[in-house]
Design a protein around this ligand. Structure first.
Ligand SMILES: [Mg+2]
Length: 382
């Protein structure tokens, strides 16, 4: 089989209402689909959640000629070939070895995003070529994985305790675990929000806190020591973007809540340093943001060897296959409680993973099992 085409489909639509994390507003939903076609008629689809879309799309177009004619089954080989474009190499100066010249430094995250979409599409092809869902290709038979609902996003001018009713609503829909957006307000206000949520969901539901990097180490220690009384499963991405594994290790040693981290990392080298530091209990690499499914599996193997649980960030329709593959070495796949937060996914996909009664259920459909509504993809073109 050979790759005959790569098509790029950037999409966007405004959110019904603007919501915030501690770090940023969500004004419009964006997604890029990467469609890889083959001479066997098999079409693989990958998705990318990172922007800016024009840069990611430009890079995908530049990588397109490198993929044409290649065997789509050579997933690792293609990953290494594409990744090699990011570094200086013999003959690479000016692109004299047939690959593009070494990537400009300021395009690295967008390149890792482009690589993600290509790699996911190749895994989709591999599953379809084998007439197997991806989790079975990975040696798993587990068709359902634990999931939790993230919610409690901030709304400008909104009631800061609305999160309690919202998360209790997810529990009423069968979720056994919920994750609260946190970190945008003062420590006192956040503790009051957490108290309200814990009261609303009761003592038997798991509760995680998603911080979005608001604190330095000392502030995080102060916050986490107070928050611990609400029985918190994990503290996610607690520290500022520039803080390092050693800072996370210092935090972990000072508090009782386990740490979760990984969604902002671009590749397995940095995630591996967090795992090796002993600071984190849960690893949340997101293969739809950076580096793809293959890198997520490499990270998962590293994590499992070090006793760190795999808990992929977002896109359960793809990443639940990873959670399935790692069995008891995985904690969960993430779900959004409010489908309005992922309006593009809900318009363009049918089939694939589905939420039921606190778990994400995978189907036996080949690849990632997703049917794409290409008319919707065209209608949402950005
Ligand atoms: Mg997060």
């Amino acid at each position: 089989m050979k790759i005959t085409d790569l098509r790029v489909h950037p999409m966007a639509m405004p959110f019904e209402r603007v919501v915030w994390t501690a770090h940023e507003p969500f004004r419009r939903a964006e997604l890029i689909l990467v469609e890889i076609r083959t001479d066997a008629g098999i079409v693989g689809v990958g998705e990318i959640s990172t922007g800016p879309q024009p840069v990611v799309c430009k890079l995908l177009e530049e990588l397109r000629p490198l993929l044409l004619g290649r065997d789509p089954a050579a997933i690792d080989e293609s990953w290494r070939m594409l990744f090699s474009v990011t570094v200086p190499r013999p003959g690479g100066l000016g692109g004299w070895d047939g690959l593009p010249p070494p990537l400009p430094r300021n395009q690295r995250p967008q390149f890792m995003a482009a690589l993600a979409g290509i790699d996911i599409a190749l895994w989709d092809i591999a599953g379809k070529a084998a007439a197997q869902p991806v989790f079975r290709l990975l040696g798993s038979t587990r068709t359902d994985v634990f999931t939790y609902a993230v919610g409690g996003f901030y709304v400008e001018g909104g009631d800061k305790f609305a999160c309690a009713g919202e998360l209790a609503g997810y529990v009423a829909r069968g979720f056994k675990a919920v994750k609260l957006k946190c970190g945008a307000l003062s420590i006192e206000d956040e503790l009051a929000r957490i108290a309200a949520v814990r009261k609303a969901i009761g003592p038997d539901i798991d509760l995680m806190l998603d911080m979005n990097a608001p604190h330095d180490v000392e502030t995080s220690i102060r916050f986490a020591r107070e928050a611990a009384r609400f029985d918190i499963v994990w503290l996610e991405e607690p520290l500022h973007w520039h803080l390092q594994p050693a800072d996370f290790a210092r935090l972990a040693a000072a508090i009782d809540i386990p740490l979760a981290h990984g969604e902002r990392e671009w590749h397995g080298q940095t995630v591996g340093a967090f795992i090796d530091s002993g600071a984190i209990r849960y690893v949340q690499f997101d293969c739809t943001r950076y580096a793809g499914f293959s890198e997520a599996m490499r990270i998962g193997r590293h994590a499992t060897a070090k006793g760190v649980l795999v808990a992929p960030h977002s896109a359960a329709h793809i990443q639940a296959h990873i959670a399935s593959a790692f069995g008891d070495g995985a904690h969960s796949a993430e779900s959004v409680g409010d489908p309005r937060l992922h309006p593009i996914h809900h318009r363009i996909y049918s089939g694939g993973a589905a939420y039921r009664a606190g778990r994400v259920h995978l189907t036996e459909a080949p690849g990632f099992g997703l049917e794409v509504d290409w008319r919707q993809v065209a209608a949402l073109k950005s």
